[in-house]
Design a protein around this ligand. Sequence first.
Ligand SMILES: [Zn+2]
Length: 348
Amino acid sequence: VEEEIRNLEQGFREELGSISTLEALGVLRIKYLGRKGKIAEYFQKLALVEPGQRPGMGKLLNILKETVASHLAEKEKNLSLTKAVSGTEAPDVSLPGISYAVGGKHILTQVIDEIAAIFYHLGFISADGPEVETEYYNFTALNIPAEHPAHDTFNTFYLDFRNKDRYLLRSQTSTVQIRVMEKYKPPLRIISPGKVYRPDATDAAHSFMFHQVEGFAVDEGVRFSDLKGTLFAFAQKFFGQDIKMRFRPHYFPFTEPSVEVDISCIICANRKPTTANRECSVCHGKGWLEILGAGMIHPNVLRTVGYDTRRYTGFAFGMGVERMAMLKYGIDDIRLFFENDLRFLNQF
Ligand SMILES: [Zn+2]
C-alpha cells in the first residue's frame, strides 16, 4: 500500500506538470482532494488494513494530502500570475490574430517609382541633385540670365541675399540636367525625380513644395520624333493604352522648340476626346489634360556644358508628380498629399 501511495504522488506530479490553465487545475484538485477523490479513497481503505499499520498509513496519506494541496496552491499562484501578465493563460489558436499596422509607401513615392520604372524600360536611369542650388544651376545655365523676363516667372525662395553666388531652393529639377551634363559625355538618358520649391500660396491646386520628374536625352541625331515616341510610350503605360496625345507649341527658355503635352481626358472622354463632357470636373469639357512640358534642349544649354552642338542634340521634359497622381487617381486637392491623414494614405 505504501508503494501505491508513492505511485499516487508520482502520478499527481506528472499530471500537474502538464496543466496550463486554471480550469484544468480545478479539475485536478477535485480528482485528488475531492470528497470522492483519490486520496479520500485511500483514507476509506485505511479501515481495511491491519490496525497496527493504520497510524503509519494515515500519516503517509496526510503528508501526501498536504503535499498535493501545497503543489496545487503554488501552481494556482503561478497560473494566476501568468494570466495577469499576459492576459491569457495559454495560446488559444482559435482566436483571431493581432494584426500590426505595417507602413506602406506614400502615394507620391509609389507614383515616382512607377514613373522611374517605365522610363527605366525605355533606357533612362535615375540621377539625383541638391535641393539647395545656386542661381547658376537654377537659371543661368538653363538659358535664363538674371535680366531675362522669364526669370520673373520663376518666383523663387532665396536663402542668402548677401552671398554673391546666391543660394536658393531649386524651383525646378532641370538643375540636375546641367549637373549631369557637366560630369558626363553623351549619350545620356536620364530622369531625375525630386522636390522643388516655389513661393505659391497653398490651395487645392498649388503647394509651395511639390515633386517633379525631369527627363532628358542627349546623343547624336536625337530628334523631336524621339521625344514624341518616348512621351507617348510613357503616357500609354502610365495612363492606359488607348489614350490620345497632342502637342501644343509653348515657350520655355531652355528648350527650342518647346511644347506642352496633353492627353485625352481619362475620366470623361472615355479616351475619345471628341465626346468630351462639359460637366467633367477634371477637364471641364475640354477633353484634354495637360500633363507635362517638353522640347528640344536649347543649343545655348548644350554649349554651356561644353557640348559640340553640331554633333549633339537632345530633348528634355518635366512633369509634376502630384499632378500625375491627381489625374491618375482622381484626387482633387494637392494638400491631401502632405497632410499625412492615414484615411487618405491608406487608400493607396
Ligand atoms: Zn474630362
